[in-house]
Design a binder for this molecule. Structure first.
Ligand SMILES: [Zn+2]
Length: 79
């Protein structure tokens, strides 16, 4: 508490402040809501932000292959 809020992950919304989110394994590539369905073939491969959010709601990770790599969010990371 008392710390400035970290940037929110574009995919899961938790405030991890990491380039690659440890909670959903989305890699921040600058995409936000206006380009939610765009695919740039960047750090997240062919995964769109819309797909990543859908995957997170189903699998708890931005892609099924990341399920073993993610961890539960901490209380201080909640949006
Ligand atoms: Zn995330």
């Amino acid at each position: 508490m008392g710390q400035p809020a970290l940037p929110r992950c574009a995919c899961c919304g938790y405030r991890t402040g990491c380039t690659t989110c440890p909670i959903c394994f989305w890699t921040d590539d600058g995409r936000t809501d206006p380009s939610v369905s765009a695919v740039h073939g960047s750090r997240n491969g062919d995964l769109s932000l819309a797909d990543a959010r859908l995957n997170f709601s189903i699998y708890g990770a931005s892609a099924p292959r990341y399920r073993e790599l993610v961890r539960p969010p901490r209380d201080d990371e909640r949006p």
